[in-house]
Write a protein that binds this ligand. Structure first.
Ligand code: TNX
Length: 538
């Protein structure tokens, strides 16, 4: 008991000393802060509540970060320090033993406060002397430091100090997400994207508080993940992609590296093996799988709906068992996506038999099954999830079974749809989706799907028309930034006119990250390396 009291007083002393040190130094530095405003339009997704006070916290060479020792917190401190270095060049120490000549401290604190019970919630208290980030979980703290990154001033020139000082406007932020699933999907099957390209995509998603990256790992044109018990899947099925380029695949080591990289960003990977349709690459590798009565050949075109597994053969399910087992063992997240879309050459009865049987395999390996909305036709468990892309009828039959829905309506949320008729890449079979259309819809009430069934929102990026990271970024950004707000921020807190100003202010971040975003003419970009004309020229 006594020792607890002593420790507590020591801790209080330490904080007092830090604050005292700050006050002392402050007087010497005579900083003349310009008026900063926390409500300044930089934050995406928009937090639940922002209460500005007038003033600034000075982030400079005297600052330090301290974190709670709870699991994951010290790593978040380190992550923040690295990102501050990237933005400001400042070296901010993390959890150093002695408090040096500190001017201001950022505390990242695990708190059991009831106010912070909602998953991923956090609170930020910013005063001239300290920044206190409270969260119940490491995931919440991670979301909180993204907010902090967004509100650190772009320039260091706005004080009278003789050394670089960046400001963080003071005030209080209370925040939590609306939906628990906030995802983007990358189709690495039509065109392959390597480990470094995916890592860069994750870096940007994390900044906007995404927590899921769904990987479309197989399709007619390519199989992209090593399966040790079925090596020809990648040897043969991984050798092609749309347009005749070389294809490629992730070894299990590559995949583990991506899972770990995503986990460091508090992002869950959702693996998808698309079946029983979209399976030409698998059937070319192992022809016994094929059920469309033709001899499968490698395919590099863009048609859909011509392939199917043989859904009445037990050996097909033995194969699927191996694939689900190996991938599930590498994927710590709770979901396994079985695709299930556009199985146009599978008979309806066979299709239903297939998804019901595969559901059991997925459950055997401890995962919740996710499938595109067609799976709603099966008699499935309420723990399985329907991924709405096209059919309200299918989504509604999943709702009747008590299933949750992931919202990806093609007309609103497909990142591969062209912005307009001038777009260099993309398709338009569902719609043209300019930046405002992408933002101006409500996943909470779209097509009458009840909000209590909605697990979250996902923006899929199909890759028939894109083959490198620049093209990926052109389609994904800025629209993916808007989808982050649709999944995090509640409807009454969203407004296009207000969002559009905040989006314009993302340009310095996107430029710093070298993101080749589409400079939508609807947005008055704050500063941009890329003018609309430049993009148009080539
Ligand atoms: C439909 S959406 C598909 C994909 C295509 C995409 C192109 C869905 C579940 N299937 O196979 O790549 O359209 O926009």
């Amino acid at each position: 008991m006594i020792s607890k009291v002593v420790i507590r007083s020591l801790a209080v002393c330490l904080v007092c000393m830090a604050v005292f040190a700050c006050t002392q130094k402050k007087e010497k530095r005579v900083l003349n802060f310009p008026k900063t405003d926390l409500a300044a339009e930089n934050m995406i997704p928009k937090p639940v509540k922002v209460i500005p006070t007038e003033g600034g916290f000075a982030l400079d060479g005297f600052s330090a970060i301290y974190t709670s020792t709870a699991e994951g917190f010290p790593e978040i401190g380190q992550f923040l320090s690295e990102k501050i270095k990237g933005k400001t060049q400042l070296d901010i120490p993390v959890n150093i033993d002695e408090i040096p000549n500190m001017e201001g401290v950022i505390f990242i604190n695990q708190s059991d406060s009831l106010e912070l019970k909602a998953p991923e919630s956090y609170q930020l208290y910013i005063t001239p002397d300290s920044v206190i980030l409270n969260s119940n979980s490491a995931a919440g703290a991670f979301r909180g430091i993204q907010t902090l990154r967004q509100i650190i001033s772009e320039n260091s020139n706005d004080t009278l100090a003789e050394y670089p000082v960046f400001t963080i406007p003071t005030g209080k932020i209370i925040d939590r997400p609306q939906f628990e699933y906030r995802g983007a999907m990358l189709d690495v099957a039509r065109h392959f994207f390597d480990v470094d390209e995916v890592k860069k995509f994750i870096d940007i998603l994390a900044y906007y508080k995404y927590n899921v990256l769904h990987f479309h790992l197989s399709d007619d044109q390519g199989w992209r993940i090593e399966i040790k018990s079925w090596p020809k899947l990648t040897e043969i099925g991984g050798s092609t992609e749309v347009g005749g380029e070389a294809g490629g695949y992730y070894t299990q080591e590559d995949y583990k590296e991506l899972v770990a990289y995503a986990a460091k960003h508090h992002i869950t990977i959702v693996p998808e093996i698309d079946m029983p349709g979209h399976t030409n690459a698998a059937s070319v590798s192992y022809p016994f799988l094929n059920g469309n009565g033709k001899t499968p050949k490698l395919y590099e075109g863009m048609r859909v709906g011509f392939s199917t597994f043989d859904t009445r053969k037990d050996t097909v399910y033995d194969f699927i068992d191996d694939v689900v087992r190996e991938i599930s063992a590498l994927s710590p997240g709770p979901y396994f996506h079985i695709g299930g879309d556009e199985s146009h050459v599978t008979k309806k009865n066979d299709y239903i038999y297939f998804v019901e049987r595969v559901e059991k395999i997925v459950q055997k390996y401890g995962k919740r099954m996710v499938g595109w909305d067609e799976i709603g036709q099966g008699n499935l468990d309420s723990s399985s999830i329907s991924h709405f892309w096209n059919s309200k009828k299918n989504a509604m039959s999943a709702v009747k079974k008590g299933m949750k829905i992931i919202m990806s309506p093609a007309k609103k949320a497909y990142l591969d749809m062209q912005y307009d008729t001038l777009s260099k890449h993309g398709l338009h079979w569902a719609a043209y989706i300019p930046t405002d259309t992408a933002y101006n819809w409500n996943p909470e009430s779209y097509e009458g799907i009840p909000i209590k069934n909605i697990l979250g929102v996902e923006a899929p990026l199909w890759s028939e028309t894109i083959s490198n990271i620049d093209e990926l970024e052109y389609l994904a950004f800025p629209r993916a930034i808007g989808y982050s707000e649709l999944s995090w921020t509640t409807q009454e807190n969203r407004d296009w006119e207000n969002y559009k100003v905040r989006l314009a202010n993302q340009a310095p971040f996107l430029d710093r990250m070298d993101v080749k975003y589409y400079p939508s003419p609807l947005i008055d970009w704050k500063t941009s390396k890329y003018s609309y004309k430049e993009i148009d020229k080539d």
